[in-house]
Design a protein around this ligand. Structure first.
Ligand code: ADP
Length: 400
Protein backbone atom coordinates (compact mmCIF):
# COMPACT_ATOMS: atom_id res chain seq x y z
CA UNK A 1 0.00 0.00 0.00
CA UNK A 2 1.35 3.41 -0.89
CA UNK A 3 2.16 5.80 1.92
CA UNK A 4 0.94 9.38 1.65
CA UNK A 5 4.24 10.73 2.91
CA UNK A 6 7.61 9.71 1.58
CA UNK A 7 11.17 11.03 1.43
CA UNK A 8 13.56 10.79 -1.50
CA UNK A 9 17.08 9.99 -0.32
CA UNK A 10 19.90 10.89 -2.70
CA UNK A 11 23.54 9.85 -2.48
CA UNK A 12 25.33 11.53 -5.35
CA UNK A 13 28.85 10.51 -6.41
CA UNK A 14 30.97 11.91 -9.22
CA UNK A 15 29.76 9.31 -11.74
CA UNK A 16 26.84 7.72 -9.93
CA UNK A 17 23.65 8.62 -8.15
CA UNK A 18 21.92 6.29 -5.69
CA UNK A 19 18.32 7.03 -4.79
CA UNK A 20 15.58 5.60 -2.67
CA UNK A 21 11.99 6.62 -1.96
CA UNK A 22 11.21 5.67 1.63
CA UNK A 23 7.84 5.70 3.36
CA UNK A 24 7.90 7.44 6.73
CA UNK A 25 6.07 4.47 8.18
CA UNK A 26 7.55 1.15 7.14
CA UNK A 27 10.85 -0.26 6.03
CA UNK A 28 10.68 -1.19 2.33
CA UNK A 29 11.63 1.47 -0.23
CA UNK A 30 8.77 2.16 -2.64
CA UNK A 31 11.35 2.68 -5.36
CA UNK A 32 15.12 2.64 -5.32
CA UNK A 33 17.92 2.49 -7.82
CA UNK A 34 21.17 3.67 -9.22
CA UNK A 35 22.23 5.88 -12.12
CA UNK A 36 25.77 4.87 -13.09
CA UNK A 37 28.52 5.70 -15.54
CA UNK A 38 27.32 9.31 -15.56
CA UNK A 39 29.66 11.27 -17.78
CA UNK A 40 30.14 8.29 -20.12
CA UNK A 41 28.23 7.35 -23.27
CA UNK A 42 26.78 4.16 -21.79
CA UNK A 43 25.19 5.78 -18.72
CA UNK A 44 22.25 3.79 -17.40
CA UNK A 45 19.67 4.12 -14.67
CA UNK A 46 18.25 1.08 -12.88
CA UNK A 47 15.00 1.13 -10.90
CA UNK A 48 13.87 -1.43 -8.35
CA UNK A 49 10.23 -1.36 -7.26
CA UNK A 50 8.66 -2.36 -3.93
CA UNK A 51 8.34 -5.98 -5.06
CA UNK A 52 12.01 -6.13 -6.07
CA UNK A 53 11.38 -6.01 -9.84
CA UNK A 54 14.14 -4.12 -11.70
CA UNK A 55 14.02 -2.13 -14.93
CA UNK A 56 16.86 -0.40 -16.68
CA UNK A 57 16.72 2.72 -18.84
CA UNK A 58 19.56 4.19 -20.84
CA UNK A 59 20.18 7.71 -19.63
CA UNK A 60 21.66 10.87 -20.98
CA UNK A 61 25.08 11.01 -19.38
CA UNK A 62 24.56 13.89 -16.95
CA UNK A 63 23.37 14.10 -13.35
CA UNK A 64 20.74 16.61 -14.50
CA UNK A 65 19.24 14.15 -17.01
CA UNK A 66 19.41 11.25 -14.53
CA UNK A 67 17.43 13.28 -11.97
CA UNK A 68 15.01 14.47 -14.66
CA UNK A 69 14.40 10.83 -15.62
CA UNK A 70 13.98 9.86 -11.97
CA UNK A 71 11.45 12.64 -11.36
CA UNK A 72 9.52 11.67 -14.51
CA UNK A 73 9.32 8.06 -13.29
CA UNK A 74 8.25 9.25 -9.82
CA UNK A 75 5.50 11.37 -11.43
CA UNK A 76 4.36 8.42 -13.55
CA UNK A 77 4.11 6.23 -10.43
CA UNK A 78 2.26 9.01 -8.54
CA UNK A 79 5.14 9.16 -6.06
CA UNK A 80 6.33 12.69 -6.82
CA UNK A 81 3.37 14.26 -5.04
CA UNK A 82 3.89 12.02 -2.01
CA UNK A 83 7.37 13.46 -1.29
CA UNK A 84 7.60 15.67 1.79
CA UNK A 85 11.35 16.23 1.47
CA UNK A 86 14.59 15.22 -0.19
CA UNK A 87 17.48 14.09 2.01
CA UNK A 88 20.99 14.41 0.57
CA UNK A 89 23.93 12.47 1.96
CA UNK A 90 26.90 14.84 2.28
CA UNK A 91 30.35 13.47 3.06
CA UNK A 92 32.04 16.30 4.95
CA UNK A 93 30.48 18.88 7.22
CA UNK A 94 33.79 20.00 8.74
CA UNK A 95 33.45 21.61 12.19
CA UNK A 96 30.59 23.73 10.84
CA UNK A 97 27.78 21.16 10.95
CA UNK A 98 26.91 19.36 14.17
CA UNK A 99 23.66 18.00 12.81
CA UNK A 100 21.52 17.73 9.67
CA UNK A 101 20.27 21.04 8.23
CA UNK A 102 17.75 22.41 5.75
CA UNK A 103 19.52 23.42 2.55
CA UNK A 104 19.59 27.17 2.03
CA UNK A 105 21.89 29.20 -0.24
CA UNK A 106 24.08 29.95 2.81
CA UNK A 107 24.35 26.26 3.75
CA UNK A 108 25.19 25.31 0.17
CA UNK A 109 27.90 27.93 0.16
CA UNK A 110 29.37 26.50 3.39
CA UNK A 111 29.36 22.96 1.93
CA UNK A 112 31.14 24.34 -1.15
CA UNK A 113 33.78 25.96 1.05
CA UNK A 114 34.39 22.60 2.76
CA UNK A 115 35.20 20.93 -0.58
CA UNK A 116 39.00 21.00 0.00
CA UNK A 117 38.46 18.68 3.00
CA UNK A 118 36.67 16.09 0.80
CA UNK A 119 37.67 16.90 -2.80
CA UNK A 120 36.25 13.67 -4.24
CA UNK A 121 32.97 13.70 -2.37
CA UNK A 122 31.60 17.15 -1.47
CA UNK A 123 31.68 18.53 -5.05
CA UNK A 124 29.84 15.40 -6.26
CA UNK A 125 27.28 15.73 -3.44
CA UNK A 126 26.76 19.36 -4.48
CA UNK A 127 25.94 18.36 -8.05
CA UNK A 128 23.02 16.31 -6.70
CA UNK A 129 21.92 19.14 -4.42
CA UNK A 130 22.12 21.88 -7.08
CA UNK A 131 20.31 19.75 -9.64
CA UNK A 132 17.53 18.59 -7.33
CA UNK A 133 16.95 22.18 -6.13
CA UNK A 134 16.81 23.44 -9.72
CA UNK A 135 14.27 20.79 -10.71
CA UNK A 136 12.11 20.83 -7.54
CA UNK A 137 12.69 24.25 -5.92
CA UNK A 138 9.56 24.17 -3.75
CA UNK A 139 10.39 20.91 -1.95
CA UNK A 140 12.32 21.16 1.36
CA UNK A 141 15.77 19.61 0.96
CA UNK A 142 18.07 18.56 3.76
CA UNK A 143 21.80 17.79 4.05
CA UNK A 144 22.80 14.88 6.30
CA UNK A 145 26.54 14.78 6.99
CA UNK A 146 28.75 11.70 7.52
CA UNK A 147 30.83 13.71 9.97
CA UNK A 148 28.13 15.45 12.06
CA UNK A 149 27.63 12.76 14.72
CA UNK A 150 31.32 12.93 15.66
CA UNK A 151 31.29 16.67 16.40
CA UNK A 152 30.91 15.73 20.09
CA UNK A 153 34.44 14.24 20.17
CA UNK A 154 36.49 15.95 22.91
CA UNK A 155 39.64 17.85 21.82
CA UNK A 156 41.96 15.10 23.05
CA UNK A 157 40.23 12.67 20.67
CA UNK A 158 40.07 14.95 17.63
CA UNK A 159 43.50 16.61 17.82
CA UNK A 160 46.55 15.22 16.00
CA UNK A 161 49.86 15.59 17.85
CA UNK A 162 51.43 17.83 15.22
CA UNK A 163 52.11 21.56 15.76
CA UNK A 164 48.80 22.89 17.02
CA UNK A 165 48.70 25.88 14.68
CA UNK A 166 47.89 23.55 11.74
CA UNK A 167 44.56 22.71 13.39
CA UNK A 168 43.44 26.34 13.17
CA UNK A 169 45.20 27.33 9.96
CA UNK A 170 44.32 24.32 7.79
CA UNK A 171 41.49 22.64 9.78
CA UNK A 172 43.69 19.55 10.19
CA UNK A 173 41.99 17.46 12.85
CA UNK A 174 40.10 14.22 13.17
CA UNK A 175 36.47 14.46 11.96
CA UNK A 176 35.33 10.82 11.68
CA UNK A 177 32.86 9.38 9.16
CA UNK A 178 30.00 6.85 8.97
CA UNK A 179 28.28 9.11 11.51
CA UNK A 180 24.80 8.50 10.12
CA UNK A 181 25.26 4.74 10.45
CA UNK A 182 26.75 4.95 13.96
CA UNK A 183 23.92 7.26 15.08
CA UNK A 184 21.26 4.92 13.68
CA UNK A 185 22.81 1.79 15.20
CA UNK A 186 23.36 3.47 18.58
CA UNK A 187 19.68 4.47 18.73
CA UNK A 188 18.64 0.94 17.73
CA UNK A 189 20.87 -0.54 20.45
CA UNK A 190 19.34 1.72 23.10
CA UNK A 191 15.88 0.64 21.92
CA UNK A 192 16.59 -3.11 21.55
CA UNK A 193 18.53 -3.41 24.83
CA UNK A 194 16.21 -1.04 26.69
CA UNK A 195 19.14 1.10 27.87
CA UNK A 196 18.92 4.37 29.79
CA UNK A 197 19.29 7.10 27.10
CA UNK A 198 21.16 9.24 29.68
CA UNK A 199 23.54 6.56 30.92
CA UNK A 200 24.93 3.99 28.51
CA UNK A 201 28.13 3.01 26.74
CA UNK A 202 28.42 1.30 23.36
CA UNK A 203 31.13 0.47 20.89
CA UNK A 204 29.94 0.11 17.30
CA UNK A 205 31.97 -1.69 14.63
CA UNK A 206 30.75 -0.59 11.20
CA UNK A 207 32.59 -3.01 8.90
CA UNK A 208 31.95 -2.68 5.16
CA UNK A 209 34.11 -1.68 2.20
CA UNK A 210 34.95 1.27 4.42
CA UNK A 211 35.14 0.49 8.14
CA UNK A 212 35.20 2.45 11.36
CA UNK A 213 34.56 2.06 15.06
CA UNK A 214 32.70 4.50 17.27
CA UNK A 215 32.51 4.77 21.06
CA UNK A 216 29.11 6.15 22.08
CA UNK A 217 28.62 7.58 25.55
CA UNK A 218 25.06 8.53 26.49
CA UNK A 219 24.04 8.97 22.85
CA UNK A 220 27.12 10.97 21.86
CA UNK A 221 30.14 9.94 19.83
CA UNK A 222 33.24 10.28 22.05
CA UNK A 223 35.82 8.49 19.89
CA UNK A 224 36.10 7.00 16.43
CA UNK A 225 38.78 5.44 14.26
CA UNK A 226 38.54 7.44 11.02
CA UNK A 227 40.30 10.78 11.02
CA UNK A 228 40.55 13.88 8.89
CA UNK A 229 39.80 11.57 5.96
CA UNK A 230 38.29 8.06 5.85
CA UNK A 231 41.80 6.59 5.48
CA UNK A 232 42.70 6.36 9.17
CA UNK A 233 42.10 3.40 11.46
CA UNK A 234 40.98 -0.06 10.45
CA UNK A 235 42.14 -2.18 7.51
CA UNK A 236 39.44 -1.74 4.83
CA UNK A 237 38.62 -3.13 1.37
CA UNK A 238 41.17 -1.00 -0.47
CA UNK A 239 42.37 1.44 2.24
CA UNK A 240 45.36 0.69 4.47
CA UNK A 241 44.06 2.36 7.64
CA UNK A 242 46.79 3.30 10.14
CA UNK A 243 50.30 3.23 8.75
CA UNK A 244 53.52 4.73 10.10
CA UNK A 245 53.99 8.08 8.33
CA UNK A 246 57.74 7.38 8.53
CA UNK A 247 57.24 4.23 6.43
CA UNK A 248 55.42 6.23 3.75
CA UNK A 249 58.10 8.94 3.76
CA UNK A 250 60.76 6.22 3.38
CA UNK A 251 58.78 4.60 0.54
CA UNK A 252 58.54 7.98 -1.21
CA UNK A 253 62.32 8.31 -1.00
CA UNK A 254 63.01 4.71 -2.10
CA UNK A 255 60.54 4.58 -4.98
CA UNK A 256 60.46 8.21 -6.04
CA UNK A 257 56.65 8.22 -5.89
CA UNK A 258 54.85 11.53 -5.37
CA UNK A 259 52.54 12.26 -2.44
CA UNK A 260 49.59 11.98 -4.85
CA UNK A 261 50.72 8.54 -6.07
CA UNK A 262 51.19 7.28 -2.51
CA UNK A 263 47.81 8.64 -1.50
CA UNK A 264 46.20 6.83 -4.43
CA UNK A 265 47.97 3.59 -3.39
CA UNK A 266 46.93 3.95 0.25
CA UNK A 267 43.29 4.62 -0.67
CA UNK A 268 42.71 2.36 -3.68
CA UNK A 269 45.30 -0.42 -3.79
CA UNK A 270 45.88 -1.29 -0.15
CA UNK A 271 43.82 -2.93 2.60
CA UNK A 272 42.40 -6.39 1.87
CA UNK A 273 43.10 -5.93 -1.85
CA UNK A 274 46.74 -4.97 -1.44
CA UNK A 275 47.43 -7.68 1.13
CA UNK A 276 45.70 -10.53 -0.72
CA UNK A 277 46.53 -9.49 -4.28
CA UNK A 278 43.15 -11.07 -5.00
CA UNK A 279 40.16 -8.98 -4.00
CA UNK A 280 38.89 -6.23 -1.73
CA UNK A 281 35.80 -8.34 -1.02
CA UNK A 282 35.74 -10.12 2.33
CA UNK A 283 33.52 -12.94 1.03
CA UNK A 284 35.98 -13.80 -1.75
CA UNK A 285 38.86 -13.79 0.72
CA UNK A 286 37.02 -16.02 3.16
CA UNK A 287 36.49 -18.56 0.36
CA UNK A 288 40.17 -18.36 -0.66
CA UNK A 289 41.24 -18.68 2.99
CA UNK A 290 39.12 -21.82 3.37
CA UNK A 291 41.06 -23.30 0.43
CA UNK A 292 44.38 -22.48 2.09
CA UNK A 293 45.34 -19.29 0.20
CA UNK A 294 48.19 -17.84 2.30
CA UNK A 295 47.75 -14.18 1.28
CA UNK A 296 43.97 -14.22 1.79
CA UNK A 297 44.58 -15.75 5.22
CA UNK A 298 47.12 -13.04 6.10
CA UNK A 299 44.79 -10.29 4.82
CA UNK A 300 41.96 -11.43 7.12
CA UNK A 301 44.37 -11.91 10.04
CA UNK A 302 45.80 -8.38 9.67
CA UNK A 303 42.29 -6.93 9.42
CA UNK A 304 41.13 -8.82 12.53
CA UNK A 305 44.27 -7.96 14.53
CA UNK A 306 43.81 -4.24 13.81
CA UNK A 307 40.11 -4.48 14.58
CA UNK A 308 40.67 -6.10 17.98
CA UNK A 309 43.42 -3.62 18.83
CA UNK A 310 41.21 -0.63 18.00
CA UNK A 311 38.23 -2.11 19.84
CA UNK A 312 40.38 -2.15 22.97
CA UNK A 313 41.13 1.52 22.37
CA UNK A 314 37.47 2.46 21.95
CA UNK A 315 36.47 0.74 25.22
CA UNK A 316 38.86 3.12 26.96
CA UNK A 317 36.68 6.08 25.93
CA UNK A 318 33.67 4.81 27.88
CA UNK A 319 32.53 5.01 31.51
CA UNK A 320 30.63 1.70 31.16
CA UNK A 321 30.13 -0.89 28.44
CA UNK A 322 26.61 -2.05 27.70
CA UNK A 323 27.28 -3.66 24.35
CA UNK A 324 29.63 -4.14 21.43
CA UNK A 325 27.67 -3.96 18.17
CA UNK A 326 28.65 -5.27 14.73
CA UNK A 327 27.10 -3.71 11.62
CA UNK A 328 27.86 -3.11 7.89
CA UNK A 329 28.26 -5.78 5.19
CA UNK A 330 31.05 -7.65 7.02
CA UNK A 331 29.74 -7.00 10.54
CA UNK A 332 26.24 -8.19 9.65
CA UNK A 333 27.29 -11.24 7.64
CA UNK A 334 30.73 -12.53 8.50
CA UNK A 335 30.44 -14.96 11.41
CA UNK A 336 34.15 -15.67 10.82
CA UNK A 337 35.36 -12.08 11.34
CA UNK A 338 33.15 -11.73 14.42
CA UNK A 339 34.47 -14.99 15.87
CA UNK A 340 38.13 -14.21 15.18
CA UNK A 341 37.81 -10.74 16.72
CA UNK A 342 36.02 -11.87 19.85
CA UNK A 343 38.62 -14.60 20.40
CA UNK A 344 41.17 -11.78 20.73
CA UNK A 345 39.00 -9.91 23.25
CA UNK A 346 38.69 -12.67 25.86
CA UNK A 347 40.95 -10.62 28.15
CA UNK A 348 38.00 -8.21 28.48
CA UNK A 349 35.64 -11.07 29.39
CA UNK A 350 34.05 -11.48 25.95
CA UNK A 351 32.76 -14.98 25.13
CA UNK A 352 31.06 -15.90 21.88
CA UNK A 353 28.08 -18.23 21.57
CA UNK A 354 29.04 -20.06 18.36
CA UNK A 355 25.54 -21.21 17.50
CA UNK A 356 24.09 -17.73 17.95
CA UNK A 357 26.95 -16.27 15.91
CA UNK A 358 26.46 -18.69 13.00
CA UNK A 359 22.71 -18.07 12.99
CA UNK A 360 22.92 -14.30 12.44
CA UNK A 361 23.49 -13.22 8.82
CA UNK A 362 21.64 -11.51 6.01
CA UNK A 363 20.17 -8.49 7.74
CA UNK A 364 19.06 -10.11 11.01
CA UNK A 365 19.56 -8.50 14.44
CA UNK A 366 20.45 -10.49 17.53
CA UNK A 367 22.84 -11.32 20.34
CA UNK A 368 25.91 -13.44 19.57
CA UNK A 369 27.63 -13.42 22.97
CA UNK A 370 27.44 -16.18 25.58
CA UNK A 371 25.37 -15.54 28.69
CA UNK A 372 28.47 -14.93 30.87
CA UNK A 373 29.95 -12.33 28.47
CA UNK A 374 29.45 -8.60 28.02
CA UNK A 375 26.69 -8.24 25.40
CA UNK A 376 27.72 -8.49 21.76
CA UNK A 377 25.03 -7.88 19.15
CA UNK A 378 24.59 -7.63 15.41
CA UNK A 379 22.34 -4.72 14.37
CA UNK A 380 21.83 -4.03 10.64
CA UNK A 381 22.52 -0.44 9.74
CA UNK A 382 20.11 1.69 7.73
CA UNK A 383 21.66 5.03 6.80
CA UNK A 384 18.91 5.80 4.32
CA UNK A 385 16.22 5.48 6.95
CA UNK A 386 18.16 7.85 9.22
CA UNK A 387 18.54 10.38 6.37
CA UNK A 388 14.81 10.10 5.58
CA UNK A 389 13.86 10.63 9.23
CA UNK A 390 16.09 13.72 9.52
CA UNK A 391 14.75 15.14 6.25
CA UNK A 392 11.11 14.62 7.24
CA UNK A 393 11.64 16.11 10.70
CA UNK A 394 13.40 19.21 9.40
CA UNK A 395 10.89 19.67 6.57
CA UNK A 396 7.99 19.78 9.02
CA UNK A 397 9.75 21.55 11.93
CA UNK A 398 12.58 23.53 10.37
CA UNK A 399 13.36 25.46 13.54
CA UNK A 400 14.51 22.31 15.37
P1 ADP B 1 29.87 -0.37 1.68
O1 ADP B 1 30.86 0.10 2.70
O2 ADP B 1 30.31 -0.16 0.27
O3 ADP B 1 28.44 0.08 1.98
P2 ADP B 1 28.96 -2.97 2.60
O4 ADP B 1 28.56 -2.48 3.95
O5 ADP B 1 27.89 -3.47 1.69
O6 ADP B 1 29.89 -1.96 1.82
O7 ADP B 1 30.00 -4.17 2.85
C1 ADP B 1 30.64 -4.82 1.81
C2 ADP B 1 31.52 -5.91 2.41
O8 ADP B 1 30.69 -6.88 3.08
C3 ADP B 1 32.33 -6.68 1.36
O9 ADP B 1 33.66 -6.89 1.81
C4 ADP B 1 31.60 -8.01 1.32
O10 ADP B 1 32.43 -9.09 0.96
C5 ADP B 1 31.16 -8.15 2.77
N1 ADP B 1 30.13 -9.19 2.88
C6 ADP B 1 28.87 -9.19 2.41
N2 ADP B 1 28.28 -10.39 2.65
C7 ADP B 1 29.19 -11.16 3.29
C8 ADP B 1 29.20 -12.50 3.80
N3 ADP B 1 28.15 -13.27 3.71
N4 ADP B 1 30.34 -12.94 4.39
C9 ADP B 1 31.41 -12.16 4.49
N5 ADP B 1 31.48 -10.88 4.04
C10 ADP B 1 30.38 -10.40 3.44
Amino acid sequence: MMSTTTVLVINCGSSSLKFSVLPLEGETPLLSGLAERLGLDNAAITFKDEAGKTTQLLAQPTHHCALQTLFAVLAEKALLSSLCAIGHRVAHGGSEFQRSVLLTPAVIDQIRQLAPLAPLHNPANLIGIDTALALLPALPQVAVFDTAFHQTLPPEAFTYAIPLEYRERYKIRRYGFHGTSHRFVAAEAVRLLDLDPQDHGLVIAHLGNGSSLCAVRNGQSVDTTMGMTPLEGLVMGTRCGDVDFGAMAYLATCSGQSVEALSEMANNRSGLLGLSGLSSDCRTLQEARAKGDARATLAIDVMVHRLARHLGGQFAALHRLDALIYTGGIGENSALVRELTLARLEIFGFRLDRNRNQAITGGAAGTISADDSPTVMVIPTNEEKMIAQDAARLATAPER
